[in-house]
Design a protein around this ligand. Sequence first.
Ligand code: SAM
Length: 179
Amino acid sequence: MQGEPEVAVLRLGHRPGRDGRMTTHVGLTARALGADRVLLTSSTQAKETIEDITGRFGGPFSAELTDSPKATIRDWPGVVVHLTMYGERVQDVEEEIREAHGTDPVLVVVGAEKVPFDVYEAADWNVGVTNQPHSEVAGLAVFLDRLFEGRELDREWADADQRVVPMATGKRVESADDE
Ligand code: SAM
């Protein structure tokens, strides 16, 4: 988030035809819950969808393609957090990670299929959001909320063409052209 060291999300792996929606949802969840950018290992369709949402609902947020995710992890100029059901419990390590984020950019790595073991070794923390199998989208959402301690829920969006007006019942979206 603005004024804080960067938080980027790296989505490892992408099985065409199978992971399309999940890869898009990793990017949209990263955006909505306070990350600054997402790095995707292949899906141009997901990148376009995430950019379209950012164009309409605001940013700053960017989606980028990388063909060298291992180099991204190796050369990351901060700390690397790999989300995995086999990792340390998020509630046990979140404070250390928050402290690191006070000064250092954080790369959050999520998988799709089996994640190679060298990613576990390269990470500064392997973190489980529960030690139960579930989804990269759910793991990412809980992790980011813990990292930011809920501050991301109040973030402001710049250059939004559309803004949802929260209401108890019904749906209202204001357009920048209406103002
Ligand atoms: N079996 C795969 C493996 O061994 O890496 C996991 C596949 S899982 C469907 C896809 C991704 O969801 C994982 O790579 C991980 O990033 C995330 N994930 C699933 N369960 C998780 C948990 N309990 N905590 C954190 N991340 C989780």
